[in-house]
Ligand binder design. Structure first.
Ligand code: ADP
Length: 897
């Protein structure tokens, strides 16, 4: 096969030198793709594929106009491709091409999405001295020596965060929280199959194996110090693994040529003591940013989000995913939300003003990257102009002026913001074009040389505008116009009737049907001059514009500050709007105090349902609630409501309740068994147990734990035993505030044995054969005969109902559960002793012989139905199914009416 030469050859050789999946190579006014790349973009982007021959071979070819590359890049990186972009530049002998950038999911600067776009690096440092550095997380260590370092950068906003932890789950939680689009695993992570698999399964991110030298500790640390300054790095006292991750991210951003490093002005890290653990499972179970079905609508975030700007929306989401524990921070936010909730008019005004704000963090990145055009800089100007209006709206409203919001808005360096706004206002034309090379972007008065050019240009235009009239007058011509087009340049067009009378110095250039076009030496001179001036103007404006853009880029930190402030005002106003419109109240916060919610509601469910409010009261003496109640009565909603209210309180929000007192927690842990999971059997039970295990490892006495059924995925006795032991452990050892919904009624007996355990139940009512769920949570265990009432109401024969009461009675007496089964005719006696929480087999059962079942027909059919009746779990079976089962029993007992 002959090697391709010419343009295709150049393409293939550039492609061979990059590790990108696709190459886009500039050829004049187009970016072209050849060979496999052309096929790929043809398919992925529905581009037309033609062919190009080289050395007798034909190569597929596809292309997009220069100006249209961005949307195609976006589509490709969103599908996870890395795209190299080669630009063409002039050389002494023609032109050459060079890859200037590799665009990847995490380094795509031009995104138009509002969401944050994080690039992450994760480093595992085996055998490290994990005590070094205080940047490590507060979660409990799982006992190994590995330290994990994480770094997150959003190239579109310049945000840069680092974190360190010794706990792999916490590392995963952080990763999940940031939802990066691209992850760079460090050398030790690449050999950890388990972690790699988790990264693949849990994140929707491209995993990029970036060169390992970038992660080398010394080199990485050097790079981080170089970029953010040695002092900052020393002050944060970061562990080596975190520095390695940060260094690798910086190296990657630089090497891909995104050109935004300068927008990363600040290195941020976690505030250890202020951290609230919110693991992946909990974020999902509480439907924080999306529902269990993956929809954004119906999530807690979508419900409370009334922000007016994308930066405000990003910040509010960040708050929700990163609740706080610092009383100062939270009370400050609460005070602002409270003031904004009261000052409705000022809030409207603020939200109105914010509606005109552009995304300053994004614009700062674009300026740094060099891709901002004049319209982007206008957007910067206009957004900076809102600062005084925001400050004014706050300061002129006494409620707001006295609130911490005043401090928030006054934190901005208004003078510098005003300076930059003025510079831009003085420079930019009102309606600049979107191109940056052709002039028209800058105003008169901005630069003397440019003014000269504009003036000369204006004069020439003036001369041209009046030329037709002059020619008419001087030469007595009719029907004369002067115009310009691409092929003819400037011309004098004379109507056919007058065309014969033109003076001699007119030189004919074109004959049309009804007219002729002429030029003159003078006109040609002027044309040359005007073209020269236009070119000079384009060049000079571009140069001046670049200077202006550089000025903006150098103030990236200022823009980020202002952007952050506006976003904060936006997020606080959003919380205030929601509180005001939904009757939410300010919770009283305390460290380590009680959790008391009076008439609480579920923040999402209350939007769509006539919600029945409920109370919760937990304190040092009552820290563990066993929640019982029939299926579908509202147990799970109640528990999630409590978790959501605590979470909202810990972002500084008001909460859906009449009154609330929230003892701040250091973590929220949930374990929720979805029904479809239960159907999947054993492997899901494994998941259930590993979730339980995580909670038992990570929760502390300051945590909130929500357990919605534990042990259901296995046999009854297994399940009860696990639930029992977990309860004891949570109660005695961990002492976390716990809500535990269970269908094991045996557990309600725990309240008699463990001092801090209390029973609550969701009430249901049966009247006239109808079952009503009251949705009201009351103290005490659920009425266990509820199911038998239903059976009775449904017309189950009296002997069966009686026998059921009898069985129940015996269970109540906490004596024995008689388990028959296994096809054996011998009943097997197992005793479950609630006071000790243990089972005893028939051999050592001290309850004597099993009581014979008395007063029951010994008919085998009835016996079989009774067996069924004993094995059915009334409280976990939906009423409809119960009815059907009862009907089936009636059929078997020949009792059908
Ligand atoms: P359980 O966990 O007991 O099976 P769920 O919490 O799933 O029950 O609630 C069942 C249904 O009842 C849900 O559709 C929920 O929206 C509704 N619900 C729960 N609690 C309330 C309440 N306090 N007020 C109104 N509707 C509720």
């Amino acid at each position: 096969m002959t090697e391709a030469t010419g343009i295709v050859g150049e393409f293939l050789s550039l492609k061979a030198d990059t590790d990108a999946d696709v190459l886009a190579m500039q050829c004049g006014d187009f970016y072209e793709f050849f060979g496999d790349d052309a096929e790929l973009v043809g398919e992925e982007l529905e581009l037309k594929v033609t062919s190009k021959s080289s050395q007798g071979q034909s190569y597929p070819m596809a292309g997009v106009p220069l100006a249209d590359l961005t949307p195609y890049l976006k589509a490709l990186v969103e599908r996870g491709y890395r795209v190299a972009v080669a630009d063409q530049y002039e050389t002494d002998d023609g032109h050459a091409r060079e890859v200037v950038r590799v665009v990847t999911p995490g380094t795509f600067v031009e995104t138009s999405d509002a969401d944050a776009q994080y690039l992450a690096a994760v480093v595992a440092d085996q055998g490290s001295d994990s005590s070094s550095g205080s940047g490590s997380g507060s979660g409990s260590s799982s006992g190994d020596e590995t330290a994990y370092g994480l770094a997150f950068a959003d190239v579109t906003t310049g945000r840069f965060l680092v974190a360190g932890t010794e706990d792999v789950d916490e590392a995963m939680t952080e990763l999940y929280r940031f939802a990066p689009v691209e992850v760079l695993p460090g050398p030790d992570v690449r050999t950890d199959d388990d972690l790699l698999a988790q990264l693949r399964d849990r994140l929707e991110a491209r995993l990029t194996l970036h060169e390992t030298e970038a992660f080398a500790p010394k080199r990485a640390a050097h790079r981080v110090r170089d970029h953010f300054g040695g002092e900052t790095v020393d002050r944060l006292d970061l562990p080596e693994s975190a520095l390695a991750a940060a260094g690798a991210v910086l190296a990657y951003v630089e090497e891909t040529g995104a050109g935004v490093l300068a927008s990363m002005t600040r290195l941020q890290t976690h505030r250890g003591d202020d951290h609230v653990t919110l693991d992946v499972t909990t974020q999902r179970n509480l439907e924080l940013t999306e529902t269990m079905h993956g929809d954004r609508d119906g999530s807690l975030f979508a419900t409370i989000d009334h922000t007016k700007t994308s930066a405000g929306g990003r910040l509010l989401k960040e708050w929700l995913q990163r609740p706080r524990r610092s009383l100062d921070v939270l009370e400050e936010r609460q005070a602002s939300v409270g003031a904004l909730a009261t000052a409705a008019l000022a809030r409207d005004e603020l939200q109105d003003v914010l509606g005109g704000a552009y995304d300053l963090e994004r614009l700062a990145s674009r300026a740094t990257h060099g891709s901002a055009d004049a319209r982007d800089l206008l957007a910067v100007r206009d957004t900076l102009a809102l600062v005084p209006r925001v400050v004014e709206a706050v300061e002129s409203t006494p409620d707001l002026a006295d609130s911490p919001l005043s401090t928030v808005v006054n934190r901005v360096d208004r003078e510098r913001a005003a300076d930059l706004r003025e510079t831009l206002a003085d420079a930019l034309a009102e309606e600049p074009p979107s191109t940056v090379r052709q002039g028209g972007m800058l105003k008169k008065g901005y630069d003397d040389d440019l003014d000269d050019l504009i003036e000369r240009h204006d004069e020439l235009e003036q001369w041209l505008d009046t030329l037709a009239d002059r020619e008419k007058r001087q030469h007595g011509l009719n029907h004369v116009t002067v115009d310009r087009n691409k092929t003819d340049g400037y011309y004098i067009q004379v109507g056919r009737s007058a065309a014969d009378g033109v003076p001699d110095h007119y030189e004919e250039i074109k004959q049309l049907k009804n007219s002729k076009r002429f030029t003159t030496d003078e006109l040609e001179d002027k044309e040359r001059e005007i073209l020269r001036i236009e070119e000079q103007r384009g060049d000079l404006e571009y140069e001046l514009f670049q200077g202006l853009r550089q000025d903006v880029a150098e103030r990236a930190a200022l823009l980020q500050d202002v952007g952050r402030t506006l976003a904060t005002v936006d997020a606080l106003s959003s919380l205030a709007s929601h509180a005001a419109e939904n009757g939410w109240v300010r919770p009283a916060l305390s460290r380590g105090g009680a959790l008391e919610i009076n008439q609480g509601r579920h923040p999402v469910v209350e939007q769509t349902t006539e919600f029945v409010p409920n109370d919760v009261a937990m304190d040092a003496d009552r820290g563990f609630l066993v929640v019982t109640g029939p299926n579908m009565s509202g147990k799970s909603t109640y528990m999630r409501q409590v978790a959501c209210i605590v979470l909202l309180a810990q972002i500084g929000s008001f909460v859906p309740a009449r009154e609330a007192e929230i003892g701040l927690v250091d973590g929220i842990f949930t374990r929720v068994g979805a029904l479809d999971e239960l159907a999947q059997g054993r492997s899901t039970f494994m998941v259930e147990m590993s979730e339980l295990s995580n909670i038992l490892h990570a929760a502390t006495d300051e945590s909130l734990v929500i357990l919605d059924e534990v042990g259901r995925g296995t046999a009854t006795y297994d399940g009860i035993s696990i639930a029992w032991a977990a309860t004891e452990y949570l109660h005695n050892e961990i002492r976390a505030k716990t809500l535990f919904a269970t269908h094991y009624h045996e557990l309600t007996g725990l309240a008699d044995h463990l001092p801090r355990v209390a029973n609550v139940h969701v009430a249901a009512d049966e009247r006239d054969g109808d079952v009503t769920f009251l949705r009201t949570v009351r103290d005490g265990p659920t009425d266990r005969s509820y199911g038998i009432h239903v059976a009775d109401l449904a017309g189950v024969p009296a002997p069966v109902v009686d026998r059921a009461r009898d069985v129940l009675e015996r269970l109540r007496e906490e004596k024995a559960i008689e388990a028959k089964g296994g096809g054996s005719s011998e009943p097997v006696q197992t005793v479950f002793d609630v006071s000790s929480g243990s089972f005893r087999g028939p051999a050592n059962a001290d309850g004597g012989d099993p009581e014979p079942a008395t007063g029951v027909e010994r008919d085998p059919d009835a016996e079989a139905v009774l067996e069924d009746l004993e094995s059915i779990d009334v409280n976990s079976t939906p009423p409809v199914e119960l009815m059907a089962t009862v009907q089936e029993w009636k059929r078997r007992l020949d009792l059908e009416e």
